[in-house]
Design a protein around this ligand. Structure first.
Ligand code: HXC
Length: 259
C-alpha cells in the first residue's frame, strides 16, 4: 500500500533508499499512522537486497516537531498503554541496515528521539534538537532520557529534558549528538553521500559492525568485546572479506556483493 504520510524516494544513489516524513502542515508531527507506515517501509527496505543504507528526512522546516500532541491530548494512561506505540519504535530499533537522519529545522521530542534511533545524523545549519516534553507536563518516552544522556552526557541531557531548551546545530555538534553540519541546501545531499559511502562497503560487514557498536550501549565491556570478536571472525566466512583484501593487494577497488 502507498503510504499516506511518507514519500519513499528510490535510489537517490546506488543501493541507497530515502524515506521522507511528509506531514508538512503539522511540521511532520509523528502521529501513530505515520509511525506505523515508517515501521512497515523500513522493514521492507531492510529485507530488500538492493538497499544497503537508508536516509530518513523531513523537509527544510522540520525533521519532525515531535509526537502528534493533538492525537495524544485527551488520552488516558490506559489508552496509551493499550495503543502501545513503543512496539513500533522497538521494531525500528531492530532495523539492521544503517539509518542516516538528514535533519533541517525542528527535531523535537519524538522527532529528536527518532534522529537518535538513527545511526548517524547530518544536520543543516538551521537544525534544532530538543526534548521539550516537560513544557507539556510529560517527559520523553522514546529514548530521550536514555540515548540523549549517553550521547551528550548528564549535564546537558538534564538541562534539555528538565528545561526543554533546544540546542542549535552547532551545540548539538559540539556535544557529540550529530555527525556533521552543512548549509541548508546541502543537508539531504550530504546525508545521501554518507549513505552512498556506507552502501559501497560490504553490507555484511556494515551490518555486523552496526550491531557491535549498538551492543556497546547494552552490555559490559567484556561481553561487548566478545561480541565484537565473534562478528570479526564471522566476516572471514564471507566472499566480501576475500574480495576486500584481494582488491587491496591488487591495488584496485573492491566489488562487494553481500555474500
Ligand atoms: C501536533 C503540531 C506539533 C506537534 C507543530 N504542530 N508541532 N501538531 N503535534 N508536535 C502543528 C501546529 O499545531 C500548527 O498547526 C502547525 O504544526 C505549525 O506549527 P506552529 O506552532 O504554528 O509553527 P511555529 O510557530 O513555527 O512553531 C514551531 C514549533 C512549535 C516551535 C516546533 O510548533 C512547537 O512547539 N511544537 C511542539 C513541539 C513539542 O512540544 N514536541 C514534543 C511533542 S511530545 P495549526 O493547525 O495550528 O496550523 C513528544 C512525545 C514523544 O514528542 C513521545 C514518544 C513518541
Amino acid at each position: 500500500m502507498t503510504p499516506e504520510h511518507l514519500i519513499v524516494h528510490q535510489q537517490p544513489a546506488p543501493h541507497v533508499a530515502h524515506v521522507q516524513l511528509h506531514r508538512p502542515k503539522e511540521l511532520n508531527a509523528l502521529n501513530l499512522e505515520l509511525m506505523g507506515e515508517l515501521r512497515d517501509v523500513l522493514r521492507q527496505l531492510d529485507a530488500d537486497d538492493q538497499v544497503r543504507a537508508i536516509v530518513i528526512s523531513g523537509d527544510e522546516k522540520a525533521f519532525a516537531a515531535g509526537a502528534d500532541i493533538k492525537q495524544m491530548a485527551d488520552k488516558t494512561a490506559i489508552d496509551m498503554y493499550n495503543i502501545d506505540q513503543f512496539s513500533t519504535w522497538d521494531t525500528i530499533r531492530r532495523i539492521k541496515k544503517p539509518l542516516i537522519a538528514a535533519v533541517s529545522g525542528f527535531a523535537l521530542g519524538g522527532g529528536c528521539e527518532l534522529t537518535m534511533l538513527c545511526d548517524l545524523i547530518i544536520a543543516s545549519e538551521t537544525a534544532r534538537f530538543g526534548q521539550p516534553e516537560i513544557k507539556l507536563g510529560i517527559m520523553p518516552g522514546a529514548g530521550g532520557t536514555q540515548r540523549l544522556t549517553r550521547a551528550v552526557g548528564k549535564a546537558l541531557a538534564m538541562e534539555m529534558v528538565l528545561t526543554g531548551r533546544l540546542l542549535t546545530a552547532e551545540e548539538a555538534f559540539q556535544a557529540g549528538l550529530i555527525n556533521k553540519i552543512v548549509p541548508v541546501p546541502l543537508y539531504l545531499q550530504e546525508a545521501v553521500k554518507m549513505a552512498a559511502t556506507i552502501a559501497s562497503m560490504s553490507p555484511l560487514a556494515v551490518r555486523m559492525a552496526k550491531e557491535a557498536v549498538l551492543k556497546s550501549f547494552d552490555t559490559t565491556l567484556d561481553e561487548g568485546l566478545q561480541f565484537e570478536r565473534k562478528n570479526f571472525y564471522l566476516l572471514f566466512a564471507t566472499e566480501d572479506q576475500k574480495e576486500g583484501m584481494q582488491a587491496f593487494v591488487e591495488k584496485r577497488k573492491p566489488v562487494f556483493k553481500g555474500r
